[in-house]
Design a protein around this ligand. Structure first.
Ligand code: HEM
Length: 480
């Protein structure tokens, strides 16, 4: 029997008067005539394909769109979607569908997971610790009622919908239990069953007379009840999460548009009009001397220590223990912090002066890497000294650096540290190389040679940063 593949039909994108909408629009479809043909638009979106296969596995974003519009059986009416699309609110249903896309899902889920990652402490109303037996009992019930999952889901779906309602399920003999305000006496032994979370389209707010008409009442315009499953549920039985009632997306998009417009309008060929003032020579020398001191008392050891990541935890920690005798000394540690602050202060002053002058690529790299380091070092010292050692009271060793036990790669929050650290190591070494270039030229060395020194330095910096990051991400070297 012969199977013949159907001829491929190219999806046709809908035609509008201005084609694709503005790149910066928060309303992706605002330049189209209304009602917008959303269904055709989604169908026409390019889908990653592997020859002969229906779709590449990695392209699998969940079946949100295909379920909505699959096989011409529209679960969500195209007309309704189009109508909502034309409003400022896209509807809860569409929000839920969009949240099936992996990146959107991550954006909603990661803050929720982060919030409960470190767990939580239950204390008395005065903030005192509970009796250990009470803590034990609470922990047991937290597990039984899956509080951690509930909390994550609460925030995650709250971010998806903009609102999340959690109801405390109690089996009561009183038919008006939920309509009346919550009363602990109504919760008899064994009657509490857990938390139920309700999607917003299954609920409707209801206001009593005072809430609807008396602006001086405490709960003015706050729903007194929520209609859930045909029943009035008083708000005191519910825990309601609202995410960002006034989103700042528009503000950020506006800022980026202005920044881009300024950038695009700038003329790189125009002569610099700001009067350039030279950086005082003694300050330059001081910046260089302080850099040398930092390399000698700390950076050389610190980077060498990180190069041991591929040798594993034990070796890394042994080396760190040894090096701490130097940079954690009573005199050297405060000196180190002071030198870094001096480096940042003088460096930012140089940036201020230098950016008023024309500069070549090498100079621009030197300035830009310095700016990154100023932020990096401040952030890094904050997390080492203040967050980890002072606030959490933990040792800043292997576990702290590698985000153990989850590690850097598998944890959606930690993975952002990979480029952060890579750039930190790369820029600190390349910035030193850029400094060496300026010193060489100042001592009469040919410019071509000085440039090559800097390029070689940057290549070494890239290799060192890569080896460190591979070690931090799990690469191990064994000597047999
Ligand atoms: C892969 C990159 C890096 C990692 C994983 C890392 C990690 C760490 C860790 C674990 C500590 C604590 C050390 C200890 O407890 O003894 C630390 C301290 C510190 N790091 Fe880094 N670091 C990196 C790169 C850098 C760079 C590029 C700089 C400077 C430009 C820097 C500046 C510092 C400073 C100033 C301290 C405080 C030192 C002290 O304890 O007195 N680090 N870093």
């Amino acid at each position: 029997m012969l199977f013949r593949r159907n001829a491929k039909t190219e999806a046709v994108a809908p035609k509008g008067p201005r084609g694709v909408s503005s790149w910066f629009s928060t309303h992706a479809f605002d330049s189209e005539p209304k009602p917008f043909p959303l269904r055709d638009y989604l169908r026409a979106l390019p889908k990653p394909m592997v020859d002969g296969a229906k779709a590449a596995m990695d392209s699998w974003d969940g079946d949100g769109f295909s379920k909505v519009f699959g096989q011409d059986q529209t679960i969500l009416s195209g007309a309704i979607v189009g109508w909502y699309g034309a409003q400022s609110f896209i509807s809860h249903q569409l929000a839920a569908i969009i949240a099936q896309q992996w990146l959107v899902n991550k954006a909603c889920t990661v803050p929720a997971r982060d919030a409960v990652r470190k767990g939580y402490n239950v204390v008395t109303e005065d903030g005192d610790d509970l009796h250990p037996d009470a803590v034990k009992a609470i922990k047991l019930y937290d597990r039984r009622f899956r509080i951690r999952q509930q909390l994550t889901e609460f925030v995650r779906m709250g971010r998806v919908f903009g609102i999340r309602i959690a109801m405390f399920k109690v089996e009561s003999t009183d038919p008006e239990y939920y309509e009346k305000p919550f009363n602990l006496d109504g919760v008899t032994k064994g009657s509490y069953k857990g938390i139920v979370q309700i999607d917003p389209y299954w609920t409707a707010p209801m206001l009593d007379g005072a809430a609807a008409s008396q602006p001086d009442t405490l709960h003015f315009y706050e729903p007194t009840w929520w209609m859930i499953n045909g029943r009035k549920v008083h708000r005191s039985h519910l825990c309601i999460y609202m995410h960002d009632p006034v989103p700042d997306t528009g503000l950020w998009v506006g800022c980026w548009v202005i920044a881009l417009a300024v950038l695009l309008r700038s003329d790189n060929t125009a002569p610099v009009s700001v009067p350039a003032r030279a950086v005082p020579a003694p300050l330059r020398v001081a910046h260089g001397v302080s850099a040398l001191a930092l390399v000698a008392i700390f950076l050389a050891l610190h980077i060498a220590n990180h190069l041991v990541f591929p040798a594993g935890q034990q070796t890394y920690e042994a080396v760190m223990k040894l090096f701490r005798h130097v940079y954690r000394g009573e005199i050297l540690q405060p000196l180190l912090v002071a030198l870094f602050l001096f480096q940042i202060g003088t460096g930012l002053f140089f940036v201020w002066r230098e950016t008023a002058k024309p500069s070549d690529h090498f100079r621009t790299f030197q300035i830009a890497s310095g700016v990154y380091l100023a932020f990096y070092v401040l952030g890094h010292m904050d997390s080492v000294f203040i967050y980890a050692r002072t606030y959490l009271g933990i040792d800043t060793g292997w576990g702290f650096a590698t985000g153990a036990p989850a590690g850097l790669v598998k944890d959606p929050w930690n993975i952002r540290l990979v480029p952060h650290y890579w750039l930190g190591v790369f820029f600190v070494l390349a910035h030193l190389a850029a400094g060496a270039r300026v010193i060489l030229m100042g001592h009469g060395v040919r410019r071509v040679f000085a440039d090559r020194v800097m390029i070689a330095g940057a290549v070494v910096a890239g290799i060192v940063a890569t080896v460190i990051m591979l070690g931090m991400c799990g690469m191990r070297i064994q000597f047999v």
